[in-house]
Structure formats: structure tokens, C-alpha cells
Design a protein around this ligand. Structure first.
Ligand code: SF4
Length: 325
């Protein structure tokens, strides 16, 4: 399905507030009908807030515009990012006062507010998804674009894919390159050849393997696939395109894991409010995901249940917060 894309041109032809980007963002938010869509929702505004002195991020004035629109629409917004970015976000101008809503670490203060979402890909068996994303009922992916040595560009996909996952998952995602062997000791005749392969890279992408004195390690983010090393390696070091494609691919998978937690209501024939943590309706449709935590039950009985009539329109998100038992 094609999506409509609205573009606010940064070009300004007159000294007029209506030609500024913040006002153009307001127009885009109107076009998106954001206010009409967020009523009653707990809205996660996923950003990357930078870290330390990294300031090439979305300026707080734009975030505040989005927050205001959510508030005007009756939503309950919060800005979220990785714990270390939230912890010092105030240094780069992001505070509850400047943005107009709270900031929460997506995976908890200690990266323990996570839920495991199984999915096998290379070295990963699944993704530890942040609780702030789990708890949200509406997602705004408010990302900036930047160059990235492993996936060319970082933008809305990477903002979700890495920015909503625990540190352990982020590490594993960065390691997908190394899941397939690329240095074959048995094809390397001697130490001199190993050193020659290492030193053949003009970018310093090939280094000694700290875990194996006879091995080599490739820094994928430094390698531009010029293939100079291949003339020396003679099969001992293999530069595979598939390894370079693995990082963008795992980002796509992780972004889907995030998006799959939103907006996919599973019809259910239940017509009565749940009375316990789990939806105790014997007539629940196969795959029904009405099982609720006390917190989500409380939310549901406040505003959700009032809209629940003959079918359950809850998204599958509630299930993720509960064990299947
Ligand atoms: S392909 Fe080029 S950049 Fe990559 S490791 Fe080999 S020599 Fe270095």
C-alpha cells in the first residue's frame, strides 16, 4: 500500500512566519489528521535525542509542535529514547518543560523494562523490546536522518529498530555481520600472509582478532568494499555482500517487530468486560489477545471498554505484556 508523503520545503522566499519549517510542520500535522487520531491514546513519540554533545537531532521546537497537537487531540504523549539519551537529554534542550510532556527511557532506567519477541535471524533468537513502546497505544516515529557507516542512512527505520530495543539486542544487531565466517585460517598459509592481509586495507578495516591471535576481525563500518584485500587474501578473507546487507536487514526486521505491536486489532467475540488479569471469555476467538495486565486493564475499563461493543478491537499489544500461561 502506498503512503502519502507530505514534505515541508525548508526553502523560505519571504520573511514570513508561515514560510518557516515549524509552521509547515503544523500544516503537515493537520494533513495527517493527527489530532483526530490520538484521542485517549498513550502516544509514544520515539525520537533519538542524541547523546553527550551529539546535537544533530530534531530541534525541540518541532517536537513541541507534535506534542501540542497530540495534547490538543486529547492524547497522552510522552517522548522516549534509549536510557542514556534520555538521561542527559536536558543538556541538548529536551526537557519536560521545553517539550510539554514527560520523557521516558524506552527500555527502563536499567534496560530491564523489556519484553522478549522471538525471531530468529543470524545470531539473534529474538528482540528485547522496550516497555515504553509496549505500554504505548499510538506511535509517532519522529526521526532525523543521518549518514550511517553500516546502513548508509539512519532514519525512521533505525529510530525504531535500534532505538526501541535493549542494549543486549542492539549489540547483537550490530554483530550480525560477524555471524557468517569471513576469515578462514585453513586457507591462510602462514603468519606473514595473515599480517599482509591485515595490512592491505588502506582504511584500517582489518585488525587482529582480540579473541583469536591467529584470526582477523573486519570492522564493517570502515570497509568500503574496495576489494584491495582480496588480491592478497587468496580466499582466506572473504568480503561477502550478504554480510553487509545483514545490518539493514536486521533493522528492517526489528522495525517490523516494533510496528507489529501497534494497530493490529484481533477480532474477538467477547462482549463482557474482563474481570481478571486475563480475559476469561471462553468464546474468545482463536488468536484473541485480550489478556491484560492490571495496568492495561485499568486503562481499558476507563476509556477503551466504553468503545468496546460487539467486537474486541484491542491491539495485540496487551498480550505482549503478559505471559502465555
Ligand atoms: S574490501 Fe577494501 S576496505 Fe574492505 S577490508 Fe578489504 S581492503 Fe579494506
Amino acid at each position: 500500500m502506498l503512503s502519502k508523503v507530505y514534505w515541508g520545503n525548508p526553502r523560505q522566499t519571504q520573511l514570513d512566519a508561515r514560510e518557516t519549517l515549524p509552521v509547515k510542520l503544523d500544516l503537515i500535522l493537520e494533513k495527517l489528521n493527527l489530532r483526530e487520531r490520538v484521542k485517549g491514546h498513550r502516544v509514544a513519540i520515539k525520537m533519538h535525542l542524541g547523546s553527550n554533545v551529539g546535537y544533530s537531532t530534531v530541534h525541540p521546537v518541532f517536537t513541541r509542535k507534535v506534542v501540542q497537537a497530540v495534547l490538543e487531540g486529547g492524547g497522552n504523549p510522552f517522548v522516549t529514547d534509549l536510557p542514556h539519551s534520555v538521561a542527559d537529554a536536558y543538556k541538548r534542550g529536551y526537557t519536560a518543560e521545553t517539550l510539554g510532556c514527560p520523557l521516558y527511557p524506552s527500555t527502563g532506567i536499567d534496560e530491564k523494562w523489556v519484553t522478549f519477541r522471538p525471531h530468529t535471524y543470524r545470531n539473534l533468537t529474538g528482540f528485547y523490546l522496550g516497555g515504553a513502546i509496549e505500554e504505548a497505544t499510538f506511535l509517532i516515529d519522529l526521526a532525523h536522518v543521518k549518514g550511517h557507516p553500516d546502513c548508509v542512512f539512519g532514519g525512521v527505520i533505525k529510530n525504531l529498530a535500534l532505538g526501541c530495543m535493549s542494549g543486549a539486542t542492539r549489540s547483537a544487531m550490530h554483530d550480525v555481520f560477524h555471524d557468517e565466517p569471513y576469515f578462514f585460517k585453513e586457507r591462510c598459509p602462514d603468519e606473514a600472509t595473515r599480517v599482509a592481509i591485515r595490512d592491505s586495507c588502506p582504511y584500517g578495516a582489518i585488525v587482529d582478532d582480540v579473541e583469536d591471535p591467529d584470526g582477523l576481525h573486519l570492522h564493517s563500518f570502515k570497509c568500503n568494499q574496495c576489494m584491495r584485500c582480496q588480491e592478497v587474501a587468496d580466499g582466506a578473507l572473504v568480503i561477502r555482500r550478504s554480510n553487509f546487507e545483514a545490518f539493514p536487514e536486521v533493522n528492517n526486521i526489528a522495525a517490523k517487530v516494533v510496528l507489529d505491536t501497534f494497530g493490529r486489532a484481533t477480532p474477538c467475540s467477547s462482549t463482557s468486560p474482563p474481570t481478571s488479569r486475563r480475559c476469561a471469555t471462553a468464546s474468545a476467538s482463536p488468536g484473541c489477545r485480550c489478556c491484560l495486565t492490571p495496568a492495561s486493564l485499568a486503562r481499558m475499563t476507563s476509556w477503551r471498554w466504553s468503545r468496546r461493543r460487539s467486537t474486541c478491537w484491542r491491539s495485540p499489544r496487551s498480550l505482549r505484556r503478559t505471559s502465555p500461561a
